[in-house]
Write a protein that binds this ligand. Structure first.
Ligand code: GLA
Length: 429
């Protein structure tokens, strides 16, 4: 026992330093065990839920959110898989004397714990929003310098999902900032799904697989099909991007991003605009179908308390949702663009394919599907469609009809600003 003897013989000062050293080593070991990890198993398929931003922006309060939770259950949205109820910006008003974040007492008089208890009692999960900078995009307190405190507060409140935005972040490094919040969430101990929202600026798909469960790839989506919004400027007034309608956001989900998305970590082209103001039924169907082809998170943006039957039909089509939620978790690919039409394929389980034809124009288009033209090899899934030697059944996912098989050419009509979406399967062939 020479070490113990020496320790006992040491003077008070040396003993103090040895104890301090042991403490530091133990702390570092503990930190290295918890650091660098996100919660696994929270997003094996793309996350599904609802968020307050697209329809309500800052006009939120606990009554609205509770009514939304009720409607998610009554309409069948929860049972179709939409389980997260997410507060976006504007729920926070300040910090207390210890630095803990305070929820707006006028909008949320019962407090966040009571709200999450209510949401959980409905079989749903609760999401919340913050920002990696000093203030959020709407000017409320952000998490910079309070990451661990905020993570512990969210855990105490029973939060299940955090979206972390990127406003007011001059001189903040995105990799460091998002990893810091990941570590804080992990240390807080409650499994919280982590969503990065820095609009694709630092290409998070190249570095965030072990940081978060999803990352935005683009600026904000607008509630229009083929339009461009106002320019986004940074805090110095420099134009850094532009918010866009559905088609333009889609154009940024290029094939080269496919390899980065998959179970546990998804490319996020932004929340859905189905049923929000300016999108008509055809455009909404096209938007929803394409997000499913992309294996995108399906976060609803509409007021689910007041849905038209058409909006319900779109959002509750379980066979289309199944394309998005397919266990292979592979983002679809754009194979061909021709005369305003786009032809997309998504590999599915059991060697099935989802096949979507998008009509970007306003006029209905007739098209003859010549299957030989669609023989393709997909580098990401390592699969061939192989229409020369395989015969697939064609099931139309919107009309819910079997439409024969791929043995012969087939004439189809794709309505303007709409899609025709098939599941191609080899069953009974
Ligand atoms: C940013 C985000 C949006 C929304 C708003 C809230 O613009 O990209 O999704 O969260 O902030 O202020």
């Amino acid at each position: 026992m020479p070490l113990v003897l020496n320790f006992n013989k040491m003077n008070e000062k040396n003993r103090y330093w040895i104890k301090k050293l042991i403490c530091i080593v133990v702390c570092l070991c503990t930190l290295s065990l918890v650091n660098g990890q996100k919660f696994e198993g929270l997003a094996d398929t793309p996350p599904m839920g609802w968020s307050s931003w697209n329809n309500f922006q800052c006009d939120i309060n606990e009554k609205v959110i509770m009514e939304i939770a009720d409607a998610m259950v009554e309409t069948g949205l929860r049972d179709a898989g939409y389980v997260y109820v997410n507060l976006d910006d504007c729920w926070q008003v300040g910090r207390d004397s210890l630095g803990f974040i305070i929820a707006d007492p006028e909008k949320f008089p019962s407090g966040m714990k009571a709200l999450s208890d209510y949401i959980h009692s409905k079989g749903l999960k609760m999401g919340i929003y913050s920002d990696a900078g000093k203030i959020t995009c709407d000017g409320h307190p952000g998490s910079l310098g309070h990451e661990y405190q905020d993570a512990f507060q969210y855990a105490r409140w029973g939060i299940d999902y955090l979206k972390l935005d990127w406003c007011a972040t001059q001189n903040v490094n995105p990799v460091g900032a998002y990893n810091l919040m990941r570590d804080a969430l992990y240390a807080a101990g409650r499994p919280i799904l982590f969503s990065i929202c820095e609009w694709g600026l630092s290409k998070p798909w190249t570095w965030a697989q072990n940081t978060a469960h999803m990352w935005r790839t683009h600026w904000d989506i607008l509630d229009c099909f083929d339009c461009q919004g106002s320019f986004v400027t940074d805090d110095n007034g420099i134009v850094s991007g532009v918010n866009n309608g559905v088609l333009s956001v889609l154009d940024h989900q290029v094939n080269s991003l496919r390899q980065y998305s998959g179970p546990g970590h998804w490319n996020d082209p932004d929340m859905l605009m189905v049923g929000v103001n300016r999108l008509n039924v055809n455009q909404s169907r096209a938007h929803f179908s394409m997000w499913c082809m992309l294996a995108a998170p399906l976060i609803l943006g509409n007021d689910v308390r007041n849905m038209t039957p058409e909006t319900k039909n779109i959002l509750l089509n379980k066979e289309v949702i199944a394309i998005d939620q397919d266990k292979t978790g592979i983002q679809g690919l754009k194979f061909l663009a021709e005369d305003g039409l786009e032809f997309w394929f998504k590999p599915l389980t059991n060697n099935d394919w989802a096949f979507c034809i998008l009509n970007r124009t306003k006029t209905d288009k007739e098209y003859i599907l010549n299957w030989q033209k669609f023989n393709l090899y997909d580098e990401v899934s390592k699969r061939f469609t192989d229409f020369d030697s395989k015969v697939y059944n064609m099931y139309n996912l919107w009309s819910k009809k079997n439409e024969g098989n791929t043995q012969k050419n087939k004439k189809i009509v794709i309505p303007g600003e709409d899609v025709v979406l098939y599941r191609l399967n080899l069953k009974n062939n």
